[in-house]
Design a protein around this ligand. Sequence first.
Ligand code: SIN
Length: 283
Amino acid sequence: MTRARSSMTSPSSTPEEDFIFPTGGALGAEVRGVDLSQPLSESEVATIRRALLDHFVLLFPGQRITDEELVRFTSYFGRPVEHVRQQRDRPVKEIFFISNVRENGELIGALGNEEVSFHSDLSYLPQPGTLSLLYAVEVPSSGGDTHWCNCCAAYEALGAAAKDELKGLRALHRHYVDSQNPLEPVTHPVVCTHPDSGRRALYVGPHLTKSIVGMPSTDSDALLQRLYDHLSQPRFIWTHSWCLGDLIMWDNRPTMHRRDAFPDTERRVMKRTQVFNDEVPFE
Ligand code: SIN
């Protein structure tokens, strides 16, 4: 790993401080001077893992990597899996396209050019993905920014009474395309504990969470709306405007993300990989 020196570092700084630069926002850090087309050493991977635990979202700018190199980098952090959704023309099965581009009249990827509201990836599965990686191959000149929410900070900012109210509650998560859902309804705790850090996070978002289990629908809707209003406060959000070659890795357990719309006259092509660790979210 080549370490980029910067005016922000001092001679007494640790190696980690030499190349992990916090965004200064609600979450996230930039990892500078790392060439992901090259294999990483165990200590480099350990440093990145530690930074992910601390910052939840890591940006690796300026990458030029092949599909195989993206999958190799993903595999340092768990099992990269074939995405649960089918897509045509995927020579490397672990890579899933997020795109509005059409070829022969057919979309090559998911999500098109529309806004996508806050969610944690694959929360409609009993064992959701843990980490997601997104690599920018083509970006529009405007729009398509992605916003991440620090769901630990949002939980920790709640008062004692609000935390008590959420104890033991579970929420139903469902994909809007019926056929994507498992046969049995999937529920997860409204507050989940991160298995590595022990920190708690709110685990509900308007894109995939449908209701609070066992609550009358008006009460459930009101509680979820209250939580969404709380989570979407600017103090918990960090926004990224993508550049070509950006790779962002994030932990879905302490975060949610949403994406802005962008003009459909422009192309946006992102390659996505996903890590699963067979984890069932727990309170
Ligand atoms: C997603 O919501 O998983 C995709 C985010 C993006 O396209 O920026």
